[in-house]
Design a protein around this ligand. Structure first.
Ligand SMILES: [Mn+2]
Length: 377
């Protein structure tokens, strides 16, 4: 069984006010072309099809086009589950009709986890839901967090699972190897829950021949090669700029798994560019760029000037000033209130200009503050 494991498409995603839609379309068109020559039996999308529960209409149009092409041109079964960014019910729209075209969309969690058998391999489709929903669905009051909920769901699957057969599960969530803790998260992976444990221990997935996970945006295995995240299709935040994105070609036989990463070129790379303003203005790029300026002094209108060289600039930080800012921010509210305004201004001036206010400047500031009302406490 040859599977193309993908996840976290996040169609309609906006990064720093820039829509990723064109990049997503470019990537998915390449993916379709690649699949024509890849001899794959099944395509998996392991959750977070959309970036939001109410995706913009352009995102829905793109998904509609891509899924239609996948089914009509590639003609292989496609499995999609809902992730925590998706609306379970909306993603499931039309699912029972699409099934006859080999498009399996599992949006909502069912009491009995859905199983689809392709050739000699069983696929279990476990969409994301919060533990309260699962507790009510399974009528099991012992479920106190996501880990309890997932364990209850997996135990239920195991009651009828034939271990002699090849069993694959598709799931969306934060699966960790508690004994090792070797995971990494990024800014575009929304937390799964507030206040309760959101991790699921990898142990409960041990009985499956392959576990196709979604949620973490960095491609990585969890404990074994056979339990893995394919990662998001594109870089979706500054914290993902160093990751090498892939989709995973997985060959699964009973008791053996082989992984071959497939790298597709994105329309734009996303990266961090570090340097002085002067130096950056000698460079040029269409990539999505986060600047880290090394300049000591603030540069007027830096972003707009840089945009002439980097039309897809995403953000700008002065990294030498960061430390100063942190010192400033650790000052408590109380000490801020008790500091006279002219002292605060002097500190502010010092931070921005990297030098002290001169005596004559100080006088000017004091007289202005006096005119503003005198209450400079
Ligand atoms: Mn997710």
């Amino acid at each position: 069984m040859r599977i193309l494991h993908t996840a976290d498409w996040h169609i309609g995603k906006i990064v720093n006010e820039v829509s990723m839609l064109e990049d997503q379309e470019f990537f998915l068109e390449q993916l379709i072309e690649k699949l024509k020559n890849l001899d794959v039996d099944v395509l998996i999308m392991a959750g977070d099809l959309y970036d939001r529960a109410f995706p913009p209409k352009e995102a829905v149009t793109l998904v509609n086009t891509v899924l239609t092409r996948l089914i009509k041109e590639i003609n292989i079964p496609v499995f999609i589950i809902a992730g925590n960014h998706d609306s379970n019910e909306r993603v499931e729209y039309g699912a029972s009709l699409f099934e006859s075209s080999n498009l399996y969309i599992e949006g909502t969690v069912k009491e009995e986890t859905r199983k689809v058998t392709i050739q000699d391999t069983n696929f279990y489709l476990l969409p994301f839901a919060d533990h309260v929903y699962i507790r009510e669905l399974l009528k099991d009051d012992s479920i106190k967090n996501l880990e309890d909920a997932t364990r209850a769901q997996i135990n239920k699957i195991k009651e009828t699972m034939n271990k002699e057969e090849t069993n694959i599960i598709i799931a969306h969530g934060f699966v960790i190897n508690i004994s090792e803790d070797s995971f990494e998260t990024t800014d575009s992976e929304r937390p799964l829950s507030i206040g309760t444990a959101e991790y699921v221990n990898v142990e409960m997935f041990e009985d499956f021949d392959y576990v196709a996970l979604g949620h973490l945006h960095k491609p990585q295995k969890v404990k074994h090669d056979r339990i893995r995240y394919s990662g998001s299709i594109l870089k979706y935040s500054k914290s993902e700029t160093k990751q090498k994105k892939q989709v995973s070609l997985v060959t699964v036989e009973k008791g053996s798994v082989e992984i071959e990463p497939i790298y597709l070129k994105p329309l734009h790379d996303m990266r961090v560019v570090k340097g002085s303003f002067e130096n950056l203005m000698t460079q040029k790029s269409d990539d999505y760029v986060f600047f880290e300026l090394l300049d000591e002094t603030f540069i007027m209108d830096a972003m707009n000037q840089l945009r002439r060289r980097f039309p897809n600039a995403m953000g700008l930080d002065y990294i030498t000033k960061k430390n100063d800012n942190q010192v400033y921010q650790t000052g408590s509210q109380k000490s801020l209130k008790e500091t006279p305004l002219e002292d605060l201004f002097s500190k502010f001036y010092q931070q921005v200009k990297q030098k002290e206010l001169a005596a004559d400047q100080k006088e000017i500031v004091e007289s202005i503050l006096h005119k503003l009302g005198g209450n400079n406490k």
